[in-house]
Design a protein. Structure first.
Length: 400
């Protein structure tokens, strides 16, 4: 895949190199660890059916020298059809399919927490016997039986955005995703820049809130843990102590839990019962009503929007922690988040590249159907705020 995607990787590399020397103007997410081992078939997957007589496409990928030998049929399953992020990923997949001359059907549940619906969609996709399936798994455990069924049927699977670390060996050919753990760390570094003087000067404990979508999605869990672990590290490096409270999942999986009874900084993690903006706003409201809250983080679009909604009547968010503002950071984009950053309500956020995730998923599936080898691919992400959100490397990733 490296040879096939050379042009885009060179472009991304040059963009990230320029950003690396510009401080807050954009930060590269370091190389991702392999969430799921790349499985490279020696030949076309067994069980693939004979294609109808078609003239092979002469279309080329917008991101490299990928061509389709036949008019393949792929199923792409996103996490939610109600999110700007996932609609952008769907559009990327559809545009890439058109460029290559292949067919894609993009489906997804209504909500990021509709696990049963997504699993049923995956099972239906397997039964329809496409040439390949791309999935951003809502629940990395719930999809395991369906991934086994796909492998048994000879249908290759690409995971994108979220990996499935425990997938049956050989079922997932590659994963295309942001290094979500490091992306969470980038958010923590930027928030800490705004909070460090307040933390250093405080003679009593202060609180940083985290609203996480759920405890099942590999991407969201890793973002939350990356944020928590980096914030703990930064606080400790400046001679203060920190502790994690709230959701058992994040308390148990954090590198250090700390002692909440004596900590200078409390990192409180709250998880809504469902990933709706309304319920995310409820959890954010609980945190915003804490008198000692100095910062709050949302780990995806829905939770970031929930934070903005919860603050509409409270008016606590802003960009100046020394003036008593609560510093809010988010993940992904959407009109609500972008407008909040532009208006100085949110401090900034991390954006992924949803269109690119959709595009590269179709590229990988096409290569597998051609009988070519593939490997895990990292997709880029950037910190953005009012200083850099209009930069040409970042603006195309901000979806309104």
């Amino acid at each position: 895949m490296k040879k096939k995607m050379l042009s885009v990787l060179l472009t991304v590399t040059m963009a990230l190199t320029m950003l690396a020397g510009c401080g807050q103007e954009g930060k590269e997410i370091p190389a991702a660890s392999d969430e799921a081992p790349a499985q490279t078939p020696a030949s076309e997957p067994e069980g693939s059916e004979e294609k109808d007589a078609e003239t092979p496409s002469s279309g080329k990928s917008a991101y490299g020298d990928v061509t389709a030998k036949e008019q393949y049929n792929f199923q792409i399953i996103v996490k939610s059809m109600s999110s700007d992020f996932w609609r952008a990923a769907a559009k990327g997949a559809e545009d890439e399919a058109a460029a290559l001359g292949v067919n894609v059907t993009v489906i997804g549940p209504n909500s990021n927490t509709d696990t049963a619906d997504q699993v049923q969609m995956l099972n239906n996709a397997v039964n329809s016997k496409p040439d390949g399936i791309g999935i951003a798994a809502v629940d990395k455990e719930a999809v395991l039986p369906a991934l086994q069924a796909a492998m048994d049927a000879g249908i290759p699977v690409i995971c994108f955005n979220s990996g499935v670390p425990d997938a049956p060996e050989g079922s997932v050919y590659a994963t295309a995703s942001t290094d979500n753990y490091n992306a969470g760390g980038i958010a923590a570094e930027n928030m800490y820049t705004a909070l460090k003087d307040v933390i250093a000067a405080s003679d009593k404990p202060v609180r940083i809130g985290v609203v996480n979508q759920d405890v099942t999605s590999d991407s969201v869990v890793n973002r939350g843990l990356g944020f928590i672990d980096k914030m703990m590290e930064l606080v400790k490096a400046d001679g203060k102590t920190a502790a994690v409270t709230g959701s058992d999942k994040y308390v148990d999986d954090a590198k250090e839990k700390g002692d909440a009874a004596t900590a200078d900084v409390i990192i409180e993690v709250r998880v809504p019962s469902q990933a709706t903006s309304e319920l995310c706003a409820t959890e954010a409201g609980v945190l915003l009503n804490e008198d000692d809250l100095i910062g709050i983080m949302g780990t995806n679009q829905e939770t970031a929007e929930g934070i903005v909604t919860a603050d509409e009547l409270l008016g606590k968010l802003g960009k100046d922690a020394s003036a008593g503002n609560v510093i809010a950071c988010g993940f992904d984009s959407g009109a609500t988040v972008i407008n909040a950053i532009e208006n100085g309500i949110m401090y900034g956020a991390v954006t992924q590249s949803p269109r690119f995730q959709g595009q590269i998923t179709v590229d990988l599936l096409t290569m597998i159907a051609n009988g070519e080898s593939v490997q895990n691919e990292e997709t880029p992400a950037f910190w953005y705020d009012t200083d850099n959100m209009n930069d040409p490397e970042i603006a195309p990733n901000l979806i309104k």
